[in-house]
Design a protein around this ligand. Structure first.
Ligand SMILES: Nc1ncnc2c1ncn2[C@@H]1O[C@H](COP(=O)(O)OP(=O)(O)OP(=O)(O)O)[C@@H](O)[C@H]1O
Length: 365
């Protein structure tokens, strides 16, 4: 089901929650909304679901304007974090509720309801839990019940607001893979709000980045990393460190910071560089090469993938670096190191963007 949003504006008193949001979802797409707290993600979802109105702009679903169409007539499956299950109802009754709220003409009879509920519980892989109550099942299972309830109306569009918020990391990974599979199997169009970048990048075909009530970039995850449209996106996505520098004759230098210069095709002037953790390499040295050490490892941390990373502070900015193979044995707290940069996203004062590269072919580290 296609979704087209044009110029959506929503104000709460003096605060502008949505400031002219426009974007379109293609049929069958899985998209994520990512943005800082208060950027308008939930408000946008609630307007799409028909739970809230807007001051200006238009929402079209499958080509049809949603102006004046109430929530229950939109045929949208909704799972919001605060849409808790009914605690006094069994899992079966919770899912059946999804069918009972359908418009009268589309409401199945008792036998058909029972058949559909069991089919949905099979679909979300918890058929054995139908007689239990919500607080007798795990958090992951509760999310599956909430999804089954949302899917009961046979929606083509699924709106999810932080649906995995309450789950621990491992269960979360499991449930989200399963959800992506379900989306593909049922041919749904899905829009997911999340705080978790990794989740958005793993699940979504495209990610819409929101900043202060606007969608500032809507691209596939790889494109967000490779070509962020604005400094905000560059800083927000991928945990990049932001450093100020100066471009002269196509070369970016970081003043007195112990970082190598980079080639950057930007006009002369101040520039802001964004360095991702994977793009900086720390080569631990046996001893500082004469005088003060160029940089020193503050601490070492191990990523979820088991990779050791060096953490340093340069000019008040915390930077994370991979360790150069061969120097790993020397890497320790306080060890001096030389820094290499594989590449960086750089924005010039005039708004231009360039991908900066090492001046010399860097040693392959
Ligand atoms: N009912 C409301 N009354 C007043 N202000 C509201 C209301 N709902 C949202 N806002 C404001 O609108 C802005 C956007 O809120 P929204 O909940 O959409 O952001 P969000 O991106 O979903 O945030 P979070 O990630 O924290 O959930 C915020 O400044 C918020 O304070």
């Amino acid at each position: 089901m296609t979704v087209t949003v044009t110029g959506l504006v929503r104000r709460f008193g003096a605060a502008t929650a949505l400031d002219g949001v426009s974007f379109a979802l293609a049929e069958g797409e899985f998209a994520a909304l990512l943005g800082p707290s208060g950027s308008g993600k939930s408000t946008l979802l609630r307007i799409l679901a028909g739970l809230e109105g807007s001051e200006a702009g238009e929402v079209r679903i499958a080509g049809r304007s949603m102006a004046g169409v109430p929530a229950r007539a939109r045929n949208i499956g909704v799972v919001f974090q605060n849409y808790a299950l009914f605690r006094h109802m069994t899992i079966f009754e919770n899912v059946a509720f999804g069918l009972r709220v359908r418009p009268r003409a589309a409401r199945p009879d008792r036998a058909e309801t029972a058949r559909r509920v069991r089919e949905l519980l099979q679909l979300v892989q918890i058929p054995e839990l139908e007689r239990r109550y919500p607080d007798q099942v795990s958090g992951g299972q509760r999310q599956r019940v909430a999804l089954a309830r949302a899917l009961a109306i046979e929606p083509h569009l699924l709106l999810l607001d932080e649906p995995f918020g309450a789950l621990d990391a491992l269960v979360r990974r499991d449930v989200r893979r399963w959800l992506r599979g379900l989306h593909d199997r049922l041919g749904l169009t899905t829009l997911l709000v999340t705080h978790d970048q990794e989740e958005a990048m793993e699940l979504a075909d495209r990610v819409a980045v929101m900043e202060r009530g606007r969608v500032v970039q809507f691209d596939p995850p790889a494109a967000l990393l490779a070509a962020p449209a604005t400094p905000f996106v560059a800083g927000f996505i991928g945990h990049a460190a932001r450093l100020e520098g100066e471009v002269r004759a196509g070369v970016l230098r970081f003043g007195s910071l112990p970082l190598p210069p980079l080639r950057a095709a930007l006009p002369d002037g101040p520039a802001t560089a964004f360095l991702r953790p994977g793009a900086v390499v720390a080569e631990a040295l046996a001893e500082a090469p004469g005088g003060a050490p160029p940089a020193a490892i503050e601490l070492l941390r191990v990523t979820a993938e088991g990779e050791r990373r060096a953490v340093l502070t340069l000019g008040g900015v915390t930077l994370e670096a991979r360790l150069a193979p061969g120097s790993e044995a020397r890497a320790a707290r306080g060890a001096p190191c030389r820094l290499h940069i594989a590449g960086a996203q750089v924005f010039g004062a005039g708004g231009g963007r360039a991908e900066a590269r090492p001046l010399r072919a860097a040693p392959v580290l």
